[in-house]
Structure formats: structure tokens, C-alpha cells
Write a protein that binds this ligand. Structure first.
Ligand SMILES: [Zn+2]
Length: 258
């Protein structure tokens, strides 16, 4: 549970490197304030860390979180570990969620944004170039997570410009998107794209022709798929099963929120 936005900068006094200071100070804050978005657990357990990232795990539901601390907020992309390991974790729904923690020069947490791993589709996960022959781990392929490609509504704020968002709102939004875990990873890109179209239509009720109107963009995003209209209908059924839309019959739909 977030009780204070102030980090204890004394934690960093024993260190010289700015990266290390930032890590120690923000890690300490996280251990005291992070809660689980996937269940009711009010504190997260710290996991053995490597140099740059540190991770937390929920004792109750096993959800994992990887924290990326930033003094300058950058929601474009973050680097992550091995591409193949990430793909396999995503397929099994065990990949860590990413928390971007942005702090200011007074060591106050300014923004904290949760990116649920369930939306790290093939489009969001970017394969990096293999390391050069001269490198110690030549041929190793890492990945980036392109945060800017995560739909806006799936970017869940825990803290926005030093305002703490109520945990029930955070958990509700997380729960909504986590339903996507039921869709196989390779198909999730489609589901999210059709969901984005529905959001773009931006009406309480809409019909199939309005979704079909985005046919060209969806075809472009998914080349190689010949029957895009059938795919759209299939994805609308998935979105209905996940609770994002309701079917009214005769090709009419209602967004679940209304
Ligand atoms: Zn949990």
C-alpha cells in the first residue's frame, strides 16, 4: 500500500555511482509501498536482483513485477532480457508486469505506471539485433518492450503527478485487462487491435459496419490474413467473452462500460 511518496535518500549515502544510488533508494521505497494489482495483497516480496532491474513478487497470487526507475519519464521503450525467454514467459502468462517509476530531484515519486504483461503482444515486444561477434555473449538476442505501443487504457497509473490513485481503481483496471490472458499470446495482438477500433468508434452503441470501416488498417497490421472480416467477428466474440462488449443482436454492440 502506498503510504508516502517520499523516498529515503539516506539509503544511497554509502554509494557513489548515480545508477546505484537511484537503484538502492527507489528499491527501498518499492519494498515499503508496492502492492499487488492482481489481488488484495498489500505488500510485495522482493526477489534476488541483478544490477539494473529489480523485481517483486506477490506471495499470494505469484504475480511478478519488474521495476524500471527513471528520473526522466520515458514511456517510449524499455530494454528487457533475452527475447526467447520473454516470448516463452508471455506464452505461459508468467512474464513480469512492468512498473515505470519516475522520481524527481527531491526523491519524490512523481509517476508510477503499471504495464500489464498481458498486453505485451508481438507488436509490443521488439527483437533486438544479436550481439556482435566481439561481444562476450556474441549472438545473444535481447528485447525491448515498446511501451508506446501499449494501448493507453492498459497503461495503469498508480501515481500521476504525485497524486496517489486509489488501489481499487488500479486493481479494477488490471483485472479488466488481465482477462486477455485467456487468449493465446499469438492472437492477442488481434484482440487488442479490434478493442482499439471499438474504443476509437467511441460510442456506447455501434454496429458491425463501423468496425468493418477500419478493415484497411487491420489488414495492414496483420498481413497474410485473408479473411479480415471473419477475424473481426471472431475477435468481437472474444471481447464479448472477456466482458469488453455486449452483443445486442443484428450486428449491434454495446461497450460494456455503459
Ligand atoms: Zn497478488
Amino acid at each position: 500500500m502506498i503510504t508516502s511518496l517520499q523516498c529515503d535518500f539516506n539509503r544511497g549515502l554509502a554509494y557513489k555511482s548515480p545508477t546505484q544510488i537511484a537503484r538502492v533508494v527507489t528499491e527501498h521505497w518499492c519494498a515499503r509501498n508496492l502492492y499487488c494489482a492482481a489481488c488484495h495483497e498489500e505488500q510485495l516480496q522482493e526477489m534476488p536482483a541483478n544490477t539494473r532491474a529489480f523485481d517483486f513478487r506477490c506471495r499470494n497470487c505469484s504475480a511478478t513485477y519488474q521495476v524500471k526507475s527513471q528520473k526522466q519519464l520515458n514511456l517510449k521503450k524499455v530494454t528487457d532480457g533475452a527475447y526467447s525467454i520473454m516470448v516463452s514467459a508471455l506464452k505461459q502468462n508468467v512474464a513480469p508486469n512492468i512498473l515505470v517509476l519516475n522520481y524527481n530531484s527531491e526523491w519524490t515519486v512523481k509517476n508510477l505506471i503499471l504495464f500489464p504483461s498481458v498486453v505485451f503482444t508481438e507488436d509490443v515486444l521488439e527483437k533486438r539485433k544479436p550481439l556482435a561477434k566481439a561481444a562476450r555473449r556474441a549472438g545473444w538476442i535481447g528485447c525491448n518492450i515498446v511501451l508506446s505501443r501499449v494501448p493507453n487504457e492498459a497503461q495503469i497509473s498508480l501515481v500521476t503527478d504525485t497524486a496517489i490513485i486509489p488501489a481499487d481503481e488500479v486493481r479494477e483496471q488490471y483485472r479488466k485487462y488481465n482477462a486477455l490472458a485467456k487468449v493465446p499470446w499469438d492472437l492477442r495482438g488481434w484482440t487488442l487491435d479490434v478493442l482499439n477500433v471499438v474504443k476509437r468508434i467511441n460510442a456506447n452503441e455501434f454496429d458491425l459496419t463501423q468496425v468493418y470501416a477500419h478493415h484497411a488498417a487491420l489488414t495492414e497490421a496483420h498481413p497474410g490474413n485473408r479473411n479480415v472480416k471473419a477475424k473481426i467477428r471472431q475477435q468481437l466474440q472474444i471481447l464479448r467473452d472477456l466482458g469488453f462488449v455486449k452483443f445486442l443482436g443484428h450486428g449491434r454492440y454495446r461497450t460494456a462500460r455503459s
